[in-house]
Design a protein around this ligand. Structure first.
Ligand code: WTA
Length: 635
C-alpha cells in the first residue's frame, strides 16, 4: 500500500482510514518520502481552529523550487516541463525543458534580487498566460519573495486595491496581451492603477504584443534585457515551512477582497499529492489545465502540483473560441494531452457548438477529464463524458477553493467510481461534515447541510493578509471548531457528496467567485443610484448570471433606463472587471427589507429565478408592497 499513490478502491479506503486515524503519521510519511527538505520538521502539525492557528511541518526548511525544478535535473533535465501554446495557432508552441526552466527561473530570480526584492517582499504579477508568468512565480519562490498574482482581466481599480492591500513593492506585467483576435493594454491598466499605489518602486515589463507603450523613467524597465544580463544560476533562499509562499485574492462578502495566504511546505505537499492521485499522472503524460494562473487552479495545477511531480504541463495563452470552437480539441490532438482539466462553463459553451468541432480531432490520447470551479450539471457532464472522453475517461469533478489550496473532494480515477454531478468522496486527510444552521452535525445519508471540514489538511490557508480577525470571522466562527466552506452539500446513500452551491453572498459566474458586496458598492457610485442589490440566476452557459435590482434617486423616464444600464455596467467594469457585469438590471422603487433594514435577498433571488410559487411570509417585511411591484416588473 502506498500512502502517496492510490491505485484501487480498497487502497483508497485503507489509506483514508489511516489518514483520519493518524493524520500526523500519514502526512509525515508522505512528506518524508516524496520531497526534499533542507531541515526536517520538529512537529508535523499543531492546530487550533479557535484562534485559528494552523502549522504543518513546523521547524522544517525547504525551497519549493528545489522540489519543483532542481531535484528533477539529474534524471529528467531534458524532459519538457512546460509546453507553451500561444494564442495564435500559427505561432509555434514552445517546449521548455526542466534544464531551461531552471536557467530561466534563476535568471529571473537574479533580476528580482538586483531590483531590490528580498525575502518576504510582496511582488504583484499582472501578466497574460505566457511563460514569463510561470517563471515569475517560481522566481519569487526561489528567493522567498511572496507573489501575489492578479488575474489580468481585473480592472485598474481592482488591481490597485490588491497591490495596496499587500504593500507590493514591484509589479511584473507586459506591454499587452492577446485574447483571440483582440489585444489588451495591460501596461495601460497598470499605469492607471499605479497612480494610487505609492509603494510600487519598480515595474518590470515583458514584451509580448510589441505595442507602443509609455515607460515611466526610473520606475519601468523592460524585462528581457535584464534577464539577458543575469546569471544563469541563483542560490535559493531556504525558507521555513510556515513562511508565506503567496497571497491570492478572492472575493468576499464585503467590498474588500481577501488576500488568502498560503505557506510553503503544506501547500507543496498537498498540491503534489492531489495532482498525483486525481490525475493519476504517469511519466511522459502530458497534463493540461485550461485555467488561468491568475486563479488558484492555475497556481496549484498548472505550476506547483505538476512541477513537484516532474510532470509536463501545458500553458495555453488563448481562448476556446479562437480561431474557432475547435481550438481546445486541436490542442489536445497536437500535444497528445492525456489529462484535461477545465471548467463546466467552458464545457457548456463548447457543447453548444456543432459536434464537427470535436469530431475533426483525434482525442484518443485522453485518459482523464477534470472539472472545477462550479457544480457541473448533468447535461454538461454527459456531453463531456460521451463526446470528449468517449465514455472511457473518468471525469474527476474536483471540489475545492482558493482557501483550501488544493482539491478536497474528488473521485480518484480507477479507484473511487464517478457519479454525474457528484464530487464524490473526500481525499485522504479530509474530514467533511454537514451541519445545520444551528451548528448541529447532520449525520446519516441523503441529507443536505452546510459543508464544513473538521480537521486541518496541509494546504489550508493560514490567514487573510493583514486581517487575521476577518479570517477567523469568515471561516471559523460560524460553526465552532470547524472550517466553514460557504458551500452547501448533499450526501447520498453511499456517502458521496454533491456540492449544491454557495450558501453565502458569493455568486459563481462562469466559474469565477464574485461577491455581491463589491459589485453593489461599485453600482452605488453611480450618481443616479440610491441603492442596489445583486442576486444570481441560472444561466445556460455561465452557470449563474447576475441580476441587479437598483433604486434610482429619481425614477425618471424609462427611455433613459437603457443608458443607465450601460453606465452601470461600465462602472462595474472599471471597479472590478468585465467578468462582474450584470445580465439584467431592474429599476425599482424599493427593495424588500426586514424591520432591521436587512435586504431580503431570498425574495429577490426567487424573483430573479422566476420561482415565485413559494415566497414565504412577506407580511413581516418593512415594505411588503414592494414585492408585488418587483414581481410585476421582473425581467
Ligand atoms: C465552487 C476554485 C461545485 C464552490 C477551485 C467553491 C465547485 C468555489 C466546485 C471556490 C465543484 C469549486 N463543484 N462547486 N467541483 N469547485 N466550486 O475559490 O462554490 O475560485 O466554494 O476556487 O467554487 O471557488 P474558487
Amino acid at each position: 500500500m502506498s500512502n502517496y499513490h492510490i491505485k484501487h478502491l480498497e487502497e483508497y479506503f485503507q489509506v483514508y482510514r489511516k489518514s483520519v486515524n493518524n493524520p500526523e503519521n500519514y502526512w509525515e510519511e508522505i512528506a518524508e518520502e516524496h520531497f526534499l527538505w533542507r531541515k526536517r520538521w520538529d512537529k508535523v502539525l499543531s492546530w487550533d481552529f479557535e484562534k485559528p492557528e494552523i502549522k504543518w511541518f513546523e521547524g522544517a526548511k525547504l525551497n519549493i523550487t528545489e522540489n519543483c525544478i532542481d531535484r528533477h535535473l539529474t534524471t529528467k533535465g531534458e524532459k519538457t516541463a512546460i509546453i507553451f501554446e500561444p494564442n495564435n495557432p500559427e505561432e509555434e508552441a514552445q517546449h521548455i525543458s526542466y534544464n531551461e526552466l531552471h536557467k530561466r527561473v534563476c535568471q529571473f530570480a537574479n533580476v528580482l534580487k538586483s531590483e531590490g526584492i528580498e525575502k518576504g517582499d510582496r511582488v504583484c504579477i499582472y501578466l497574460p498566460m505566457i511563460p514569463d508568468l510561470a517563471i515569475a512565480l517560481l522566481a519569487c519562490a526561489r528567493i522567498g519573495a511572496i507573489h501575489s498574482v492578479v488575474f489580468a482581466g481585473f480592472s485598474s481599480m481592482a488591481l490597485a486595491t490588491r497591490i495596496n492591500d499587500s504593500d507590493c513593492k514591484m509589479v511584473i506585467t507586459s506591454d499587452g496581451s492577446y485574447r483571440g483576435e483582440k489585444t489588451m493594454d495591460l501596461k495601460g491598466i497598470v499605469d492607471e492603477a499605479l497612480k494610487t499605489c505609492p509603494g510600487v518602486k519598480t515595474v518590470l515589463v515583458a514584451k509580448r504584443i510589441h505595442s507602443e507603450i509609455e515607460m515611466t523613467d526610473g520606475r519601468d524597465k523592460w524585462l528581457q534585457p535584464l534577464l539577458d544580463k543575469a546569471y544563469q544560476s541563483c542560490y535559493m533562499e531556504i525558507v521555513d515551512a510556515e513562511d508565506p509562499l503567496f497571497i491570492l485574492y478572492t472575493s468576499g462578502s464585503t467590498g474588500k477582497p481577501k488576500g488568502m495566504v498560503h505557506t510553503a511546505a503544506g501547500y507543496m505537499v498537498y498540491t503534489a499529492f492531489t495532482f498525483k492521485n486525481i490525475f493519476q499522472y504517469k511519466e511522459n503524460d502530458i497534463f493540461w489545465c485550461t485555467a488561468d494562473i491568475g486563479w488558484i487552479t492555475g497556481h496549484s495545477y498548472i505550476i506547483y502540483g505538476p512541477l513537484a511531480n516532474g510532470a509536463t504541463t501545458v500553458m495555453f495563452e488563448g481562448i476556446p473560441s479562437y480561431p474557432d470552437f475547435g481550438r481546445f480539441w486541436e490542442i489536445v490532438e497536437k500535444h497528445k494531452v492525456n489529462q484535461f482539466y477545465t471548467a463546466p462553463t467552458v464545457i457548456r459553451a463548447l457543447a453548444k457548438q456543432n459536434l464537427n468541432f470535436v469530431e475533426k480531432y483525434d482525442l484518443s490520447s485522453l485518459k482523464i477529464l477534470g472539472s472545477v470551479g462550479e457544480p457541473i450539471n448533468e447535461e454538461a457532464w454527459h456531453w463531456y463524458n460521451d463526446n470528449i472522453g468517449k465514455s472511457k475517461s473518468p471525469i474527476v469533478d474536483t471540489w475545492w477553493q482558493t482557501e483550501t489550496g488544493g482539491i478536497l473532494i474528488s473521485p480518484i480515477p480507477f479507484s473511487t467510481p464517478t457519479k454525474p454531478t457528484y464530487a464524490t468522496l473526500p481525499l485522504p486527510g479530509i474530514q467533511p461534515v454537514l451541519l445545520d444552521d444551528a451548528g448541529t452535525e447532520i449525520t446519516g445519508i441523503q441529507v443536505n447541510g452546510n459543508l464544513c471540514i473538521k480537521f486541518p489538511w496541509p494546504s489550508i490557508a493560514r490567514t487573510i493578509w493583514g486581517d487575521h480577525q476577518r479570517f477567523r470571522d469568515i471561516y471559523f466562527s460560524t460553526f465552532k471548531d470547524k472550517y466553514f466552506t460557504g458551500d452547501g452539500a448533499f450526501r447520498d446513500e453511499v456517502g458521496y457528496y454533491r456540492i449544491t452551491g454557495r450558501v453565502d453572498d458569493v455568486i459563481i459566474v462562469s466559474g469565477h467567485n464574485l461577491g455581491t458586496a463589491p459589485i453593489e458598492d461599485a453600482i452605488n457610485e453611480h450618481p443616479a443610484v440610491a441603492e442596489s442589490a445583486i442576486v444570481g440566476f441560472p444561466h445556460e452557459i455561465k452557470g449563474n448570471a447576475l441580476y441587479g435590482f437598483v433604486i434610482l434617486k429619481e425614477f425618471g423616464e424609462t427611455r433613459i433606463h437603457d443608458n443607465l444600464r450601460k453606465e452601470i455596467n461600465q462602472i462595474i467594469t472599471e471597479h472590478i472587471g468585465p467578468i462582474a457585469k450584470l445580465d439584467k438590471i431592474q429599476f425599482t422603487s424599493g427593495l424588500p427589507k426586514t424591520r432591521s433594514g436587512k435586504i431580503m435577498r431570498r425574495i429577490l433571488r426567487n424573483i430573479a429565478c422566476k420561482d415565485t410559487t413559494d415566497m414565504g411570509d412577506t407580511s413581516t417585511l418593512l415594505n411588503p408592497e414592494v414585492v408585488q411591484e418587483i414581481m410585476d416588473n421582473a425581467l
